[in-house]
Ligand binder design. Sequence first.
Ligand code: FE
Length: 283
Amino acid sequence: MTKRRLKQIIPGRASSDGAGVSLIRSLGSTERSRQDPFLMLDEFGSDKAQDYIAGFPSHPHRGFETVTYMLDGEMLHEDHMGNKGRLGPGGVQWMTAGRGIIHSEMPQQEEGLMRGFQLWINLPASQKMCEPTYREFAADEIPQIGLAGNGWIKVIAGKVTHSGQVTEGPVRGVATDPVYLDIALDQDQQLALPLPRGHNALIYVYQGNVMVEGQSLPSQHAGLLSDGDEVTLETGLTQSARLLLMAARPIGEPIVQHGPFVMNTYDEIRQAIRDFQSGRLTG
Ligand code: FE
């Protein structure tokens, strides 16, 4: 059995997106800081309204999937297909843009804490032009596994085997067979989790500090993992930690990204821009 180790650490960088939402981008901050099929990971978190109030007004996507996971606060999603969903604390929105989606994500609060993540997952060429789909799961639809002490694992996507029990997240039927977990570890805790061999995996620490095979990963840093069968996460004696763990089957195709369009060739990007400008992105 091979243990997964940290092979690359990507520090989060202060950035801004949408109409001026402050966020921390780790994965995807440069083209070399991706982990196929994961393209980008943003953490947004602030109790100052000016950091999030402008939201993400109407904008397009083509060729990949966006996953929003909220920790605190409330966002309203609306798209051209007529989907309308309020995303609250602990809720997940899984959107497969496929050939094209136009949507907005706007804060439903004028003050208080807004905190969460957006993850972009690529689609293989064969599914880049599929029909768009929108899925939404409230906090109580996400199964939670209790760990020793105050620790837990929330299973958003994929299967987790822990203490001989298999727990499966509600997000199913995704092209790259992803695992997406939110994990809370107590201080002085060790957690070994099997991960499918061949899946590309990474962790993102958003509170505290996590050790992987003796190497430390601080908060607001993404750690790309080497291949293997299992990862062991460990916390220090005095500090608890919270992190996301993501794994998926790599696609292994060329990536050409232009803003919200992620395709395989420049020609396909030019086509996406033309389709958007002429109002044909969504069919
Ligand atoms: Fe979007």
